[in-house]
Design a protein around this ligand. Sequence first.
Ligand SMILES: [Zn+2]
Length: 459
Amino acid sequence: MNDTFTFETAKKKPSPRWQAVQRFASTLRSQGFLPRMHFIDRIAERDLGGGIRFDPRTFRSEFFRAAHYRQTRPGYKLRIAVVRGVPILYRVGGRSGKQIVLAGALPPGSDLPPSERISAPRQQETQFEFEQEEAAYDRSKAVRLNRCMREWLGWNEYRDEIYALLGFTRICPTEAALADAVRRWQEHHQLEPDGILGLDTLNSLDARLGYPTLTTEPAQPFWVAWEPSPNFSARDGQPIDTIVLHATGGGSVRGALQRFKNRKSEASAHYVVLRNGNVLQLVELGNAAWHTSTKSTNIPNMNQRSIGIEIVCPGGRRSTSAITVCEDEHGSGTRWTCDRSTRLTPLKPLATYYRPKAVERFVPYSEAQYRSVIKLVTYLVSCIPTIRLITGHEHVHKWHVPGKRFKNRVDPGGQFDWPRLESALASVFSGHICHRFSRLSSGANTLNPAWRDQCGGLP
Ligand SMILES: [Zn+2]
């Protein structure tokens, strides 16, 4: 599979010139070289342009007599041989561990990258080096991305763009084909074989598509229990750019599920995070859940553009009397049981809450919930680079005007530790986490100017 040459050329009609180049490539293979697509492309360009021609009969001896260099930039492992003034990028390896892999070529006479002179390789270089290289290529990462893409995977446009960039015309290539295409991409772009979820590789793909640069690798797919809700609609091609956090407003998941699974409620969310940290998924990411609305927020396509996460927590209370919450709920469908419940006292808002004098009190969220919310959000933002805003329902909801139909929303509320989420996401999310603004001070239905400042005009 290493010596097929369909990548990026499958749509080209083979010209006699191209066929000649392919014959050249096949001669090189018979001499122990492994010419890569990028190399062949470059050689073909020169040939077509009437520039420097390489003779397959003499190429081998010219290559071994050439000046050879090792790159000194950290991370650049390809060596360089200057043959007839053309810097040829290569490494020793291939399947046998003895082949010279011709990875690419620079324009004739180009300045070499920082490098030092070395002697020509022996074609007997150790198997060891090759094995190390192979081990570094983590096929499981390619599998992970494929899964990642298929899952949220309703973000079909991004997935299809990446696949198209890798030379696939059909969506959902096999994982082996994806891994091979990624490896060819890496060779073509002189990237380390770090798997498709390797930062450099993904960023090189994203950069080509105009997406922002990621700073850490996408997280592992987040596995959740499936509890389908009938309450969803199409995203209508709207890219996902927002995550909205909510509180369910009850001490157990049971009531929330009854509501979210009931058509008449017209309410749902993509995920529900239980107090024990378990995560349920109710709506596929490719569809819009009904966790807020355009009418109640004045934000266009609010549900179509967002992911809704409900965290199990009794809503805001005026009273200080203890509330029963379930700590180890388990079950499925409509059958949910609780073996261990606790009485917890609703507390005043945390000092970091945007309305420190808010009268509503909240039961604190559990440690397990923070861990799961952080893991889930990390997974989502790393898999869906279009997400630019993470906020709470209370922050996007229009504030209540007496006599109007919308009720106030105070979720996830004064006990949700936003700074904790911010610091956990600091290295993985470059968008905005917006929780320090109020619509109270700015009149009923207009956004607070402070929000615009903090959120860079989003949404
Ligand atoms: Zn809500």
